[in-house]
Design a protein around this ligand. Sequence first.
Ligand SMILES: [Zn+2]
Length: 311
Amino acid sequence: MTSVSEEELQQLNAYTRRPLTSEEVYVFSVTLCDNEIDRDFERFSVAALNTLADLFLGKSGIFDHNQKAGGQTARIFKTWVEQDKTRTTTQGEPYTMLRAKAYMVRTQSNRSLIEEIDGGIKKEVSVGCSMGTARCSICGKSHRDLDCEHRPGTTYGDKLCHLILDDPRDAYEWSFVAVPAQRGAGVTKAFKKGAPAETLERIKTAQTGLQLSAEDVRKLQKRLCALEQNENDAKAFRAELLCDIEKYLLLALPQISAEPFLKGCRDLDAESLQSLRKSLKRQCDALLPPSPQLKHTAQKSDRQNNRAFCI
Ligand SMILES: [Zn+2]
């Protein structure tokens, strides 16, 4: 059992309706987020962690999302940014995390939950927050900037492109996730973002009067940006396939007029185009067996050219 210090009791009582005694409360600490690149190729700047420290004060944490009622909530009453001098991030920064202390009022119904936290079973923490900027780690431009051609998760030279999240606008909630910790020891973060599946489902099934929160809108905007990116990638991929098909077609079947053939190809899906390219390429390879790039004849002609310089 974790004991509560007098100082902590004072701090947490700033958030309660009536002063609570140390017997009534359960206090525990969590790591909300850090400056390491996460699974979505994003990381918080250290400055962002400092701002988030203020924003998370007084914010409620929930357990497994559906247990909001019945004493299954905890509240953050203290936050601080902590550096682990023994650890360096993949970006060479000192490993820095946003830590928090939270309290729960002990009740009959949350007894087993408290035991789980004490026993370290509930480890993974997910945080929801709104960030003002997301900069590309390669060129420093906003990821919405059309001039940035880098894609998070792709390596350029020896640099992994990721987004640096900055300028926090708001912190919403934090929660323990019911999945076993996927990363190292301790409470780790999973920044809540990505596919807003629930919101999309609501939009699909809505008749009238659909209401979306600012957070929902932000996630949908992000999702739209990602979809646009996918669409552009798909277009580029198709264009490349068609270009290859045209090239192989001219080589393999020079008697065929390419334009009407390619016109028909434009209606095909990517999979059919891929298989068409494959069979045309096979045809070309049979006609023109691959030969080494450095041919003996080339050397000969080089030598002949060099003769011009001989006296
Ligand atoms: Zn960039």
